[in-house]
Design a protein around this ligand. Sequence first.
Ligand code: KIV
Ligand code: NA
Length: 263
Amino acid sequence: SKAITVPALFALREKGEKITMLTAYDASFAALMDMCGVETLLVGDSLGMVCQGHNSTLPVTIDDVAYHTASVARGNKTALLLADMPFGTYATPEQAFANALKLIQAGAQMVKIEGGAWVVDTVRFLVEREIPVCAHLGLTPQSVHRFGGYKVQGKTAEAAKQLKDDALALQAAGASLLILEAIPASLGKEVTDILTMPTIGIGAGPDCSGQVLVMHDFIGVFPGKKARFVKNFMEGQTSIEGAVRAYIREVKEGTFPAPEHCF
Ligand code: KIV
Ligand code: NA
């Protein structure tokens, strides 16, 4: 099948077809997910938790993400490949460009950056230099110390307004995709409705333009506490391929996320 591009994701949003994303960290899982038809693969800095065993994403380095990105790129054929910019690798626009370049050279087609107003200039700087950017708002895991834990965000009227303002500013700066993590489903819908770029939710309700799950969560192998938004797609399946296909089907049909996965 044809390689998935940024315009292809906008076209899916335009025609109301949900976009699927999964995280991947190695060539074999990437090849399987791609073969099943997942449109986008993310080499998340969640690798610090699910692969390296840290209790946050903060220790992950750019070389860690570049290593896994190169592995995923070898397994992937058609999915759009995103890679996360780790904590402390985008404190200035110039630093962000130098680090994003490593991920692009490893095979990423888009980089993902957590944060609102403070990253807007960095997003513009990267996009002007032809590096597509995915923004990430809501429960940004790199903010864990400020949040005091992995807590649902955007619950007050003020926080919801801030998130919407940030989303519009990131879009105006040239972001082409937005991850929304752990926010009320109603806010996930509102943010999606005010934007033209697609939104990808994880615990952000069924009205985002698409959904993402961490690989280890969706096949039920992560030993930590299970977040409300996680569903183990191995249930009722006899293979990981079956689980990937069930995930894609449920996202496309709009049956995942169900109310019990939402805030
Ligand atoms: O690191 C990651 O896997 C992520 C997704 C959960 C969006 O950022
Ligand atoms: Na991440």
